[in-house]
Design a protein around this ligand. Sequence first.
Ligand code: FPP
Length: 248
Amino acid sequence: MTAAPPQSRLPRHLAVIMDGNGRWAQRRNRPRTLGHRAGAKAVQVCVDFCLSRGIEALTLFAFSSENWNRPEEEVGALMKLFLRMLDSEVGELNRRGVRVAFIGDRTGFPEAIRERMAQAEALRPADQKLVLTIAAGYGGRWDITQACRSLAADVAAGRLSPEDITETLLDSRIGLAGLPAPDLFIRTGGDLRISNFLLWQLAYTELWFTETLWPDLSDEVLDAALAAFADRERRFGLTSAQVAGGAT
Ligand code: FPP
């Protein structure tokens, strides 16, 4: 067994595309919705892992803007699962120091879910250890568009001039504002793409992909991702020598 990376080499913020629920179920000749239920258990594995490793922020892609186009039955089952998870998990998460937030367009969600989302976001753990952000009804292009729309409204109202618009200002209007950008992105399920997840926020994020299907997630898989991350040199456009603090 390899030693765990030191805290300084751990990601502060982990962003995850939880893919492979449907295939996990289909391989067992079971309905896709069973895969989502198994996926909900893997969410707990992931949250427990982040808490145990001292990771400060976890952002999970639970439902994309495009997922609304899935068969009605699957969307309905996912809505039921979200509602059940919000009812059963949020209180316990809060007690364990997990603050819950949501990013995405909530307009398509049933009122009961939107209410639970607002209630969950109003809770503030006494001793905050982790910020868990659930991306629901989310798309990276939607996120950039809504940030632009909010800036444009300020310009139209005379509160802002176009010259005042900087990357920092746009960043403050986008999902996850207030959190450091994700350091590490993980996608399970074997596909090598970003699928309209955090398009703005992932600019300098390290990417890691695994064939493991989301319901099969384990500490071993997540530790492998952390080990790969600890070996990466993050240069943010600089040279290796600059990063090492040597020649400029
Ligand atoms: C992608 O797998 C997964 C989803 C679209 C839903 C994710 C939902 C959960 C993990 C359960 C609830 C989680 C929260 C945070 C409330 P897929 O269906 O695309 O799998 P496939 O690629 O094998 O078809």
